[in-house]
Every structure is written in C-alpha cells, then in structure tokens.
Ligand binder design. Sequence first.
Ligand SMILES: Cc1cc2nc3c(=O)[nH]c(=O)nc-3n(C[C@H](O)[C@H](O)[C@H](O)COP(=O)(O)OP(=O)(O)OC[C@H]3O[C@@H](n4cnc5c(N)ncnc54)[C@H](O)[C@@H]3O)c2cc1C
Length: 548
Amino acid sequence: MSAKGKKALVIGSGIGGLAMGIRLQSLGFDTTILEKLEAPGGRAYVRRAQGFTFDMGPTVITVPHFIEELFSLEVGRPNLNTPDFPAEILHQEKTAKIGVSGGPNTSQYVQIVPILPFYRIYFDDGSFFDYDGDLEHTRQQVARLGEVGDLEGYERFHQDARAIFERGFLELGYTHFGDLATMLRVVPDLLKLDAVRTLFGFSSKYFKSPKLRQVFSFETLLVGGNPLSVPAIYAMIHFVEKTWGIHFALGGTGALVNGFVCKFQELGGRIRYGAEVAKINVSREGNKKVAKGITLQDREILETDLVVSNGDYANTYLKLLEPQYRLWNSDLVVKARKQSMSLFVIYFGFKADGREGQKLRHHNIILGPRYEELLKDIFSRKVLAKDFSQYLHVPTLTDPSLAPPGHHAAYTLVPVPHNGSRLDWDLLGEPLAQKILGFLDQRGYLPDLKNRLVYQSFITPDYFEHTLNSYLGNAFGPEPVLVQSAFFRPHNRSEDISKLYLVGAGAQPGAGTPSVMMSAKMTARLVAQDFGIADQATGQKPGDFVAV
Ligand SMILES: Cc1cc2nc3c(=O)[nH]c(=O)nc-3n(C[C@H](O)[C@H](O)[C@H](O)COP(=O)(O)OP(=O)(O)OC[C@H]3O[C@@H](n4cnc5c(N)ncnc54)[C@H](O)[C@@H]3O)c2cc1C
C-alpha cells in the first residue's frame, strides 16, 4: 500500500508537529497542519517588540544531526530505515568535534553555530562552573569547587553516565515502548546501570560537594523533570551535550522553526493558522473506533485518513475526544498523571554598557540559595517560594541582530509550580518580575538594569494553560518520572482510537527539542507500519523499519 492520495492532519505546529509534517510528506501523505496561533513554533513561538526579537521558549539546540536529517528528507525518501546514529555522527564524539553544527542540508535553511561554554552555572555565593564538555577543563573545575574525593568521583560519574548514554540514548532512544514486554526487556539493563534511582541520588553517589551535585543534576529541569524524582537515566543529557555540543540558530530558534515550515511547504504540505481544533471526529467500524477527521472551533469539518496530535497530551484526550471513545486514556487516568512544572519567563531588552560579557555568557544558570527545598516547593508543595533559581539567556552576546544597535535582548526563566497550585498570577506576576529583574541588577549580573531597561513583558503558567492549551499550565507535558517514562509515557499510537497518533513533548520519548524530533520519527514509523508504506527509494518494506 502507498500513501498516495491519502490525507493527514496534524494538530499543532510545535517543533514536533512540524517535524511530523515533514515526515508525513516524505511518506507521501497530503498533510495539513492546523495551528491555533497566528504563527508557528508552539513553545518556540517568537515575540517581537520595539525592534527586539525574543525566542519565547527553546534556546539550547542539541543533536544538530536530528535537524540535518529532517532537512534531508524528500517525498518518497522517508529514510526511516537508515541508521538513527550513522557512524560519522558517533565518530564526532571520539574526535571531540563540538564545533560541528548542522550540515549541508541544514545550511540551505538556517545557520547553526556552536556555543561555548555550554552554560555558565552561578552559585548563590558568586562562584561559578563553566560547563563546556572539555574533559580536562571539567576536571579542573571539579577540583576547584569539589571536596576530597570529588575528582575521582567525577571520573566514575563520567564513565557511568557514558554507559547510560550508550544504552539509553544510542541503543534505546528511538524505541517505541508500545507494550509491556518491550519495557520488561530493558529493565535488567536499567538496574545494572543503576539508572532507576533518582538523578540527584545518582549524582550524590559521586560528589560530596553540594555545588557539584547541582551541576550534575540540574539539566533535567530543562525538560520538565525534578532532579529529586526523575530516574538517573536522564544523566544521559549531560553526555548528549558533551557528545554533540550546544548550538544556536542565528536569528534565534524562530529561524529554525521558519526553516522547518519552509521545508514542509516545499514538500507540498500546508499550514493553516488561527485554526483551533475543537474536536477529533471518530467513527465506529465494527469493534474499532477510527479517527476520521476534526472539527474546528468555527465548526468547519475536515476529513482525513489519519490525525496526529502535537497538542498537549492531557488536553488532546480530555478536550478533543469524547469520553465514550476512551478507555486507556479515561478522564481518571489522564488526570492522575503528574504534570511537569510550569515557568515564569520575563522577556526584556536593555541598553548595552559593554560590561554584559564580563560576567554573563550566552546561557547562564543562576542557582538560588536552596536546591532540594526549592525543588520540593515547586514540584511537591506547589508554593511560590521567596527565593528562586533561573536560566538567563542573552542571545545578543552571540547574535546582535536580535536587538536594535546598542541594545541586548534577553529572557530569564524561573521554574514555578503548575496551575494545580491555584496561585493567582494576575496578582503575583508583576511583583515577581520586578523582584527577579531587581535581583539581576543588585547582584551585579546586569548592573544598573533598572536605568537601562527599555522593554519588558512576561508569561506565567496561565499562558501555557490558556494560550498553548496545556493542562494545568504544564510547560513540558507529563513529568518524566520513572512511572511516566518509556512504556508508562503516553503512547505515540493511540491505544483507544485507530489512526490517531501523538507527537511531541507529551508522547515518547519526552520533552526537549531533540526528543520531539525523535518522537516524530518514531510516530512516522508507526504510521508507515499501519499503512504498509515502503520507502520508494530503497524499496524497503515497513517490516524492515528498525523501530521497537
Ligand atoms: C520557556 C521554555 C524554554 C525551553 N528551552 C528549551 C531548550 O533550550 N532546549 C530544548 O531542547 N527544549 C527546551 N524547552 C522544551 C521544548 O521547547 C519543548 O519540549 C518542545 O518545543 C515542545 O514541542 P512540541 O512539538 O511538543 O509542541 P509545542 O511547542 O507544545 O506546540 C504545540 C502546538 O499545538 C498548538 N495547539 C494546541 N492545541 C491546539 C488545538 N486544539 N488546535 C490547534 N493547535 C493547537 C499550540 O498552539 C502549539 O503551537 C523549553 C520549553 C519552554 C517552555
């Protein structure tokens, strides 16, 4: 069977939705992406004001090979059978070519450059750690900040995190855990690698210094996971970054999003903006419930051969599908899932005074006085703490085009509880923004900011809930704890409804831009299997797909 003449609808134009659109077009489907907002990107939406360009969400680009792969696809060449990690990609780690960004196909759409250091991590006492993936440099900093035995601990951490990365990412990363048997097969390995204990517990095994425990566990917050509760399998993030570096799209992540839109349209796909889906239409065929189309908010009905939702997982099942069609994803099951935390993000523009690069780097993590207790406030107690930790992004240190001459554009992101907290952001937002910007000024990260500030706006969990349609205002989908990972994470092929698929942060493997691109490939493999589509270029049959 081929996809010729078959239609596909994708709900949402996040990076996962765009990657899925590209993959569906390459499989031969006639694909339309339906986006609620007036522009693409989802969390990677772009805010423009007073000459400043702000990426509203993702800024840290990892695994540029995944981007290159998407830009290399053509109609009839879905490349679902080629190795997920070709030899030359694996070889990059051994030759430490961190500077490799993108590739020939990527550079036709967007320029991607490496960023060093990956992050500057400030502690509350003003000391800092520059993480750049260079083994010797990392050792020097571990020796400078660590306690007795921490350097030796780092050697062991490095070795053990590498083993987790090799098994968890290189070998199993693209596995779709659609049944329990697939999951059970990998459990012995996870136990052997000690990858099921918490990430913070894992990092505490190797380091006595509280600062190093933070350095080697905070990264999971970038995908919505609490280091105190996510499994140590996420130690792989450290190694993913070390292996392929951290990169930035010139013009901002929005330029990458535009590149994906362009590629999708060149392959024949269409995007409709301002097209909010109100309902996924299902019909019963014998014992089967089959997705047949969607109804838009304005009641327009579109028919299709398959639907892929890139919207929030919980919202997809709770709001777009009637309860009578759901057993696996009943209201009870969906609401019982723990959602990731939310974010408070301030976008601001300020006059340059030439000192920004002295203290700050492109990516800065500024940790507060408390770590474990602050995490408990955010994830368990769900209260707004007096103190905060933040990620400060100053892209104009790399790309001045994002601000008017003589100015910088920045954003700072503070993890906060999701809306299960019932915090009133209409009251809390403005004072919190003043407090955070005041902190950056008074602590000398951006001295005299109050007199240099020329633009400021912020988003709260309400933006995630009401603008991006995310249940409880979660920023990253279901929290990636052990009981919500792999088989226990929402499946990319709906268990309830035939020809309905999920893609993006709420599906497998999880949140973060590389993961949502992986998610698109995993979902495309399931679609190819279900529709019996072979690669026209290689003639390979769906059974040959390397998935699962
Ligand atoms: C502030 C922030 C910073 C981040 N930083 C990084 C980072 O540096 N690096 C990294 O790798 N990851 C980062 N992440 C995570 C990453 O951005 C996300 O995991 C990823 O972009 C999610 O993409 P997605 O494809 O799942 O869809 P989303 O981006 O969530 O897009 C979903 C789309 O669906 C649309 N939609 C929803 N419901 C409907 C409907 N009913 N009808 C039509 N359209 C609908 C929405 O409008 C939206 O456009 C960050 C996230 C945030 C919020």
